[in-house]
Structures are given as C-alpha cells and as structure tokens.
Design a binder for this molecule. Structure first.
Ligand code: FMN
Length: 365
C-alpha cells in the first residue's frame, strides 16, 4: 500500500522539470557538482557531505530544490508540528509535501507526544520523505515550555520510551537533531547520542550551542568533535559554517561524517558549490556574478510558482529570499526597504534586477 501510493505520487509529478539555468551558469554548476561524493549515514545516502539545515519558514520544497540544484547533498524540512498533523490541520499537512524531484530530503517533526510524532511520521513517510528527523534542538519558549524541541534533551533516559515506538513504526530511517545541552552546566549530548545508538537511530545532528545560548556566541566545535570521535553512530556537525573557508577547514579535521549549513545558505546561494570547490582544492576558480544571482532568483520563483498556491506566501518568501542575499552588499538596507514596500512579484524582481546587474562579481577567489 505504502509503495503503491509513493509510486502514484511520483507518477503524478514526473512531468515536472528542474529549472533550466543558462549555459554559462550550468557549466559552472555541473563542473563543481562533479566533485560531490555520496555520503552514507546509516541507511540515508546523501549526495555529498554538505547538507542544508532545517530552517523554519525557509526550507520548504522550493528552497530545498534550489539548494539541491546548487550543490547541497540533501536537506531537512522546516520543523513541522506533529500535534497539528494529529489534529488534522490541512496547512500543517501541506508542510509534509515532498517534491518527487528532491533527491534526499528528511521531514522534521516536533512535539511532546510520542504517539502524535509517530502518527505524523507515518504520514510523512507516505508522502515521500526519505527519512524522518525529530527536532530536539528548538530553543523557542513556546516549543520548549510544552516539553518538545530542546526540552527533550534534558532527560536522555526518557528518550528510550519516547523514540522507540516511532523508530519501530517506520520503514524509512529516523534521525534526530539536538543541541549540546540545556546550558553549559547541563551538557547532555553524549548521553542522548548513546540512547540514539541503542535505539538504532540512523544519525544525530549536533548544533554546537546550548538551549540558553539560543543563536548567540560561537558554536562549540571542540565538544561536537569529541562526541563525534567517541560515537558509534554517524554525527553531522552544525554551527557557524558560513563561508567556503570555514567549511573546507572543518572538513579537513572533522570526526563528523557530514556538515550542516543553515544561515550561510540564506546569505549566499552558492555556498554549497563554493564549499565543494574549496574542499576539493579545485584548480578552476569560478566566480559567481550578479547575473548568476538573478538566475537564482528566477529559479526560486519558478519552484515557488509550481509548489506554493497562495500568492501572499509566494510574495513574502520571495522578499525574504532576495533580502537575505543582499545583506552583505552595498545599499542593502535601502533595497530592503524598497522591496518590503512592494506588492507584486514582477516589481520585486525588477528591483532585484537593477540591483544585482550592478554587481559584476559576488565572490573574489
Ligand atoms: C531562521 C532559522 C530557522 C530555524 N529553524 C529550525 C528548524 O525548523 N529546525 C531545526 O532543527 N533548526 C532550526 N534552526 C537551526 C538551524 O538548523 C541551525 O541548527 C542553526 O542555524 C545553526 O547553524 P548555522 O550556523 O549554519 O545557521 C533555524 C535557524 C534559523 C536561523
């Protein structure tokens, strides 16, 4: 039954194509993407060891497809409420949608009730997720106060009963994403990793901050590396890998099986390609131009048109997308104000065109 539905789903969407980039940009993309090496984390096979992080209101299917075009080895969806699924919210159910063109995507769920997580995980499995990831790192008060997100890492031993039923119910692999602990004085990540290993979870992503840190301070890579060194199951390391140099430097020395990139991908859409080129000491030094960026904006719009039904959401997402990519360039705040005042997609794209056409080269190495 499960396989039948997946096959039908794939057939329905098989006619959809990927965005067609110009010959010039395709040449650069394909040349660098040849450097990708498949990376197995338990039963999950990523196309490379550089994975797109889950980010709320960002990593929906259009952004994930775009990042896959631009070199990500796979991705995890934004966090999705298992309670919302359990109580039949249509909008929450839509968040489980996976596009059949996506090569390796996990659906991330959060919740404080194991049974609701299991119900939601089974539906995500049916909708085509390649694996399920349980969010155990969200520090937001609304989430933590109910006992979900990073509240779950405070009592590692309780995770046996919490996670085992979900693991047992699924055909596809299960992973978890955690923080180092609640606070500097309450570091629990290695105990959580041990439980995950005992239960047969496929891999653990560790964001190198504590809950109380939120997004402040620096990710503690020393701790991530120590845990990864002593862990039987694969660890994905995450935190502050915002440049090609930081990605390549980490890759050279890491005990992690893969690295996860979040905010870096919202500031630079080419970060996965640049990271791959840098890791492999690629001799051809490609640069990306303002006109490449315009193609990326068109590609994002193309995927949004196909996959997002509400015009209002499309416009909000496009604005956020463009503004993120201007933050490190001149006159970003003027552009931001202009873009946020606009109401039509064509107008937004036209302003972006004027802006990016005036930026010939986006990186310099
Ligand atoms: C806007 C935003 C939304 C996020 N949403 C999620 C989420 O839905 N699930 C999750 O596990 N982590 C979420 N995170 C955390 C990231 O996945 C990642 O762990 C964190 O940003 C550190 O990685 P980075 O330094 O590469 O950004 C979010 C982070 C940001 C900035």
């Amino acid at each position: 039954m499960y396989h039948k539905r997946i096959a039908l789903n794939n057939m329905k969407n098989s006619a959809k194509c990927r965005f067609k980039y110009s010959l010039e940009l395709s040449f650069k993309i394909e040349k660098i993407k040849k450097l990708k090496k498949a990376t197995s984390l338990g039963g999950v096979i990523f196309n490379s060891p550089l994975i797109l992080a889950p980010m709320s209101q960002i990593t929906s299917a259009p952004f994930r497809l775009l990042m896959e075009d631009l070199g990500s080895g796979g991705s995890i969806s934004e966090l999705t409420s298992s309670n919302g699924i359990f109580y039949n919210s249509a909008r929450t159910k839509d968040m489980l949608n996976v596009d059949p063109r996506e090569e390796c995507v996990g659906i991330q769920l959060f919740g404080e009730k194991s049974h609701n997580l299991m119900t939601a995980a089974l539906l995500a499995q049916e909708k085509g997720a390649k694996f399920i990831d349980i969010n155990m790192g969200c520090p937001v008060k609304k989430v933590v106060s109910k006992g979900s997100g990073s509240a779950l890492i405070r009592k590692p031993l309780e995770l046996y009963d919490f996670l085992s039923p979900i693991k047992k119910a699924l055909i596809i692999p299960l992973s978890i994403k955690i923080r180092l602990g609640h606070s500097e004085k309450e570091i629990t990540a290695s105990e959580v990793v041990k439980v995950a290993n005992d239960i047969g979870i496929e891999f653990v992503t560790i964001h190198g901050r504590t809950t109380v840190q939120l997004y402040q301070g620096k990710a503690n890579w020393e701790l991530i590396e120590n845990i990864a060194k002593n862990s039987f199951i694969p660890i994905i390391g995450n935190g502050d890998l915002n440049t090609k140099e930081s990605i390549a430097d980490r890759m050279k020395i890491t005990n992690c099986k893969a690295l996860m990139i979040g905010r870096g991908a919202c500031k630079n859409p080419f970060i996965f390609l640049e990271g791959l080129a840098e890791i492999n000491n690629m001799t051809d030094k490609f640069t990306f131009s303002g006109s490449d960026m315009l193609e990326v904006i068109d590609a994002f719009s193309y995927y949004s048109d196909e996959l997002v039904s509400e015009e209002k959401i499309k416009i909000i997402q496009l604005k956020k997308f463009i503004v993120g990519y201007t933050s490190s360039f001149p006159y970003a705040s003027e552009l931001r104000n202009k873009i946020f005042a606009l109401k039509k997609i064509d107008e937004i794209k036209s302003i972006a065109k004027n802006y990016f056409s005036s930026l010939p080269v986006l990186n310099t190495k």
